[in-house]
Design a protein around this ligand. Structure first.
Ligand SMILES: Cc1ncc(COP(=O)(O)O)c(C=O)c1O
Length: 377
């Protein structure tokens, strides 16, 4: 079907599956043949491929993006009594990961426009915590690369160094992004990403990876991933968990990684097409100097979002909202809302709208979405 006939998909995993089907089947068959369903050779192969691509020092494949963050926090010894600074506007997994370690999330407002953690507000929140919460020790900063755009790591790293904090990046949405020439995975001491099927690099199930730029952490991360065991995997020498990725998922991810650069280039081209089409109509995704998005989602800001969405839906254009509620307002996290003053996060949560976006979208489909959007505003 041509771009003008087929229904527009918000994500399209089927077109990608058709493209890589032969490679995926061959790789899955190889796993069936060798039978090492856990820790088969695909795991090391995937970790090596991710290492080469990212420029990190160590890569450890794990069971999900959430587990990547939990294990990264555990590897740095973050736990009860520690404060971890997280953005107020992100997926719930960011705060859950912190709470699962026993540490306390401290919410930080976002930068207007980029939707990522605001370095100035971070500084204020660290100072306020040191002055007013002697029961909590500032330990870590967990920026999130929302919609694929890397956070302002140079500014956040400067603050972290001055304050003696570690940066653990939540890059669940941004694999493929970069700051200048440094890829996501090498932008922080530790980075967690997700291989949830709709992520920029997604498997056919759950998965994730931890990237480390610190020497010596790989062994600790691998130990925690396997119940905290020693190298012989017998005695537990620290607290750990089952955080393993399985061989089938690694096989799928290797097939996806083979086309990742092409897909990323297509995402970049589609984002540019959306930008050019919509520049006079809506607020476009920010493009801060030096920060290249992984383009997980294409997200604009509109007034009267519900009405716009309803009209787009009638015109056959699916949309999504990530996220309509800020974390400090969610019942699970209200106890950590602090002063509740997150104006930029609140503003974004009322206005963000994600448009259909995936590497198999056709130019004509982008044009149709934009036409429908202009009519719906
Ligand atoms: C910002 C963010 N953090 C963490 C996660 C958790 O990843 P996973 O679903 O693989 O556990 C996700 C993805 O869903 C996410 O979008």
């Amino acid at each position: 079907m041509s771009g003008s006939e087929r229904p527009i998909a918000f994500f399209d995993l089927k077109s990608q599956a058709a493209r890589i089907r032969a490679d995926v089947e061959a790789r899955l068959k190889a796993v069936l043949d060798h039978g090492a369903y856990i820790n088969g050779p695909e795991i090391a192969e995937l970790e090596d491929a991710l290492l080469r691509r990212s420029g990190a020092r160590e890569v450890v494949a794990v069971s999900s993006g959430t587990d990547a963050l939990v294990i990264a926090l555990m590897a740095k010894g973050v736990g009860p009594g520690d404060a971890v600074f997280v953005p107020a506007f992100t997926y719930n997994a960011t705060a859950n990961a912190v709470l699962l370690t026993g540490a306390t999330p401290v919410f930080v407002d976002i930068e207007a426009g980029s939707f990522d953690m605001c370095p100035d507000d971070l500084k204020r929140r660290i100072a306020a915590l040191r002055a007013g919460r002697p029961d909590l020790r500032p330990r870590a900063i967990m920026p999130v690369d929302l919609y694929g755009l890397p956070a302002d790591y140079p500014a956040i790293e400067r603050i972290a160094r001055a304050q003696g904090l570690v940066v653990i990046a939540d890059a669940a949405q941004s694999f493929g992004g970069a700051v200048d020439d440094t890829q996501v995975g090498a932008l922080a001491s530790l980075t967690g990403t997700s291989f949830f099927p709709t992520k920029t690099l997604g498997g056919y199930g759950d998965g994730g990876a931890i990237f480390s730029t610190e020497p010596g952490l790989g062994e600790v991360l691998r130990s925690i991933r396997w119940h905290g065991t020693d190298e012989a995997r017998r005695e537990s020498i620290r607290v750990g968990m089952n955080g393993r990725l399985d061989s089938f998922q690694a096989a799928v991810l290797l097939a996806k990684l083979a086309i990742f650069s092409q897909e990323h280039a297509r995402r970049v081209a589609l984002a540019a097409r959306y930008d050019a089409n919509l520049s006079n109509s809506v607020e476009l995704p920010a493009r801060p100097a030096g920060r290249t998005s992984g383009w997980g989602l294409y997200t604009i800001e509109v007034e009267n979002r519900d009405g716009v969405r309803a009209r787009l839906s009638e015109a056959g254009v699916p949309t999504s909202v990530y996220y309509s509620q800020i974390l400090p307002e969610m019942r699970a996290f209200r106890a950590y809302a602090g002063d509740g003053d997150f104006p930029a996060a609140r503003h974004a949560s009322a206005r963000v709208l994600s448009l259909p976006f995936h590497p198999y979208l056709e130019d004509g489909e982008v044009d149709r979405v934009c036409e429908a959007l202009r009519a719906a505003l």
